[in-house]
Design a binder for this molecule. Structure first.
Ligand code: SR1
Ligand code: MG
Length: 417
């Protein structure tokens, strides 16, 4: 039976311009009629094809004017691929070793042709196979520290930053998905929500009527809407990262926008926490669980260390005009500001992490880490543990001022194997 995706597979090559065909030919040799095209994407939003020729392979990613996993009943601007390219371009300047190389881009057809990361695996899939990536936390914290610092007022002039803010502010529809799916729908009765039912029915109902949660999530949403701190990836879960033992590549930044730094850090932390809680549903793996929690610690502490170091080496933006630092005040002022700044990013990260956990259990888009637990009773227990941690962090994030205390909270919820 041929579906929409079969048609797209046949249709994608004819949509490429002669310039793109030439760029692909240069990489993989052969001609369009001899190339094979396989659809390899499993994400919610876009089509992803692997195009193979005699000398190699490339990835062709296409944004159709709707959400891939739902179909035409959920229209979505194909212009998202423009913002993805713009974010990839920014990241390629700031942190080139962590992004795939873009070979060519077709704006009218919303197609991006990229290098094929054939020796890498989607991090979520690697975690589901209990694989360790010894260089991952170093790489991802380098990426986070650099991309967040160098796109913020800490580094840019106000004029430079405003120009970027105004460009990415047009990514309205993708931000609206985040505003709805993360900050709104899981806290009300919405037809797009789903959860492990009937096991989690009462928790889902409790979350939809919880007044404290509604206040906390609205405060967090206000940050997402108003805090244009840095160019954030906007969807930095473990499905947006490709890894092997040597390298880490951050992909799929179509949700990129100017937003709070803690959003990227928090989403990443949340996906490790979800992976951790999923382990018990599969019988438990103490050594791997320990490694997952170690990643949570390292993601925060290494990010904080590298981000702090950039204040020493590159603090030149309009955030803190150098002429303010008179009379020997420099060290004092910078240290105070940096400490407060990092404490706030930490606090934001915990809130955004909590919101990501909640939406991945009670909302529209779930994670494979949990979904692969076939027994709904076991899955529901794992999910409820994650939800309890998330509720506590969302409502009481100010109580948690260091990552070790957060880990204590997480471990205390891991009550069965
Ligand atoms: C309709 S899009 C659903 C989710 O998939 C993407 O990866 C984002 O996480 C979005 O929230
Ligand atoms: Mg994505």
């Amino acid at each position: 039976m041929c579906s929409n995706t079969c048609l797209s597979k046949l249709a994608v090559i004819p949509q490429l311009s002669s310039q793109s065909i030439a760029a692909i030919h240069q990489r993989i040799a052969g001609t369009p009629d001899t190339w094979t095209v396989d659809e390899i994407g499993d994400g919610n939003v876009n089509l992803v094809f692997l195009v193979s020729g005699p000398d190699g392979q490339v990835v062709v990613k296409q944004a159709l004017p709707y959400v891939r996993s739902v179909g035409e009943s959920w229209p979505l601007t194909a212009r998202r691929s423009f913002f993805e390219r713009k974010a990839l371009e920014e990241h390629a300047v700031i942190a080139p070793e962590y992004v795939p190389r873009v070979l060519t881009f077709e704006e009218p057809a919303a197609i991006t042709v990229m290098e094929f990361l054939g020796s890498h695996i989607v991090l979520r899939n690697g975690l589901m196979q209990s694989t360790r990536y010894p260089r991952f936390s170093d790489h991802i914290t380098d990426f986070l520290a650099k991309t967040l610092f160098f796109t913020s007022d800490l580094f840019l002039s106000a004029a430079e930053k405003k120009a970027k803010v105004s460009l990415f502010n047009e990514n309205v529809e993708l931000c609206k998905i985040t505003e709805d799916l993360i900050f709104t729908d899981p806290y009300l009765v919405d037809s797009r929500n789903r959860w492990t039912s009937p096991q989690l029915d009462s928790l889902a109902k409790a979350f939809s009527t919880d007044r404290e949660l509604k206040v906390a999530i609205t405060e967090l949403k206000a940050k997402f809407l108003t805090a244009s701190e840095a160019l954030i990836h906007g969807d930095l879960h473990t499905g947006s990262i490709m890894v092997n033992q040597q390298e880490t590549k951050i992909i799929d930044p179509e949700f990129a926008c100017y937003g709070p730094m803690g959003f990227d850090v928090g989403l990443l932390l949340a996906n490790f926490v979800l992976s951790y809680f999923s382990q018990a549903g599969l019988g438990g793996n103490p050594a791997y669980e320990q490694w997952l929690l170690q990643q949570v610690t390292e993601i925060w502490s290494e990010f904080a260390r590298k981000f702090s170091a950039l204040w020493d080496s590159h603090l030149q933006g309009d955030y803190l005009p150098q002429r303010l630092l008179t009379n020997g005040s420099r060290a004092y002022v910078i240290d105070q500001l940096r400490t407060d700044y990092l404490a706030r990013v930490f606090d934001d990260s915990l809130g955004f992490a909590a919101s990501e956990v909640i939406r991945r259990v009670l909302g529209f888009a779930h994670v494979a880490d949990m979904e692969r637990i076939e027994d709904p009773e076991r899955r529901a227990v794992c999910e409820s543990h994650a939800l309890h941690v998330a509720r506590e962090l969302l409502v009481s994030h100010r109580k948690y001022t260091d990552i070790a205390t957060v880990l204590d909270l997480i471990r205390a919820q891991r009550t069965w194997a």
